[in-house]
Design a binder for this molecule. Sequence first.
Ligand code: FES
Length: 157
Amino acid sequence: NPRRARPQVGDGLAYMTGEKEGQQITLADLKVGGPPVLAYPMDVSTQTVRDGARTNLLALVKVAPEELPEKLRADAADGVLAFSAICTHYGCPITETHPTGGKLVCNCHGSTFDVLKNGEVVAGPATRRLAHLPLKQAGSALLVAGNFAGPLGPPQQ
Ligand code: FES
């Protein structure tokens, strides 16, 4: 079932919600310091959004080029990074950025993850980093460039 498949190399990214739900996200849609854009991977040839697996949900954030760490540079597209948006504490969707920037915050219990440190936990209760998903740029489009760099969601109990 293509809707339940993991993100595939070459997939585009589609809005999870809002008036553009299901539409493909372009680089111009992301702003440095803006809130995370929640997205699912999408097979662009068939316009199939891979929303059949909750762990496919992504939080896209744009980082200023000078802030982008060397290690994440190859996996960013014009400063845009994609992280798993499923909190590693109890699995809430991650919908906020910290006002100081560069961090993703889970509203359920306040876990905070540093996007500039590869999703590392900077405030609990979560104990495991958020995995990122490598991206690449193709013209104005954002495309998936690889597999998630780590486990998704809360550790199995
Ligand atoms: Fe995210 Fe608890 S589910 S902090």
